[in-house]
Design a protein around this ligand. Sequence first.
Ligand SMILES: [Zn+2]
Length: 397
Amino acid sequence: MGRLLALFLLPMLLFGASIKPFKWNNGESFLTFLERKNLPLSLYYNMDKDDQKLTEDIPFSANCQMLIGDKNAIKQILIPVNDELQFQIYYSTKKRYEIKVIPIVSEENTETLYIPIKTIPYNDILAATGSKNLASIFVKMFKGKVNFKNGFKEGEPIVMVYTQKYRLGKPFSMPQVHGAMVQVSGKQYTAYLNADGRFYDDKGAQFEKFLFKYPIRTPRITSGFSKSRYHPILHRYRAHLGVDFGARPGTPILATGDGHVCFAGRSSGYGNTIKIRHTNGLISLYAHQKSFRSGIHVGISVKQGEVIGYVGSSGLSSGPHLHFGMYSGSTAIDPMSVMKRKTEGFSGKERKIFMAIRDKIDRKFTEALRLKPIKKHIFNFENTYYVNTDTFKPQLF
Ligand SMILES: [Zn+2]
């Protein structure tokens, strides 16, 4: 206990400053946040359009940090946008507040997990790793293909190959699972993460069938999804948390899937925006609209392919286009990874790429089954986001 207390006090004693963690208020705008903290609103107005838009994608309840100095003055605030980028507001040597988008520095490690089944996979993975994320990804990977309720013989193996990010020695963010294997009554089932971000079995059959369709009749993608990209000319970090479709003003925008409208209104960055909540829990977003189809309002249900509005250039848009986003909770995911595939199975080059991925993961499965490396991870996944403390100088840990 004493040591723990000393660890908390250490930063304060050393730098005369304290760190206050806080959560991003659901639905709060960046301007309201600055106002509430008595920070200059020019921080927002002087940002470029892309960064301003990015503020609208700060996930609900994101774990932020504030560094407070003498007389309660704010020295720094870190607000994560996703697991790769964060806003940094800081009191600079020029004696004024500045804002930047900076990367969240992390290490990643690819690990293989081997578990002999005792109860059911979800419980066993959770017991071995402490990670609900890993356990639920596993279940999702084999949903509908393997019956986990019965049929296991005790000691039959589970193997998972995944990459975990670490921040200051602690795991953070969702693990990326590259492949998983489970044996049920002597029969082995495998699943592999392909380059398109979806899971397939060893024959290349898709596990989860996404039925979403393009939101534009003749889609022309002008900008893809990225969580973090360094712009070599601007020397800045950027993110584009959706897909842009180039189209003439007035082009009809179509609902990507069945669902009900959960937002229809204006936001400063995304302009006239509609959000649709779908039956599988994902939320699609349609931004920069010229106008909505008449009768569109929060609560109404829409069918896939139904016209919901028209392409425009409202909000912080550089020209007429549709910005199309997809969200799991309030976290942006790549919309293309959940669009319906044109064809089932692979051929040609696609097939070669998938087979190479499959064979590589298969070798890891074989090795794990031979070596049976039982290891205990203690994960703490309570916080989806940890933020940098690097920029606090000197380093805390
Ligand atoms: Zn866009």
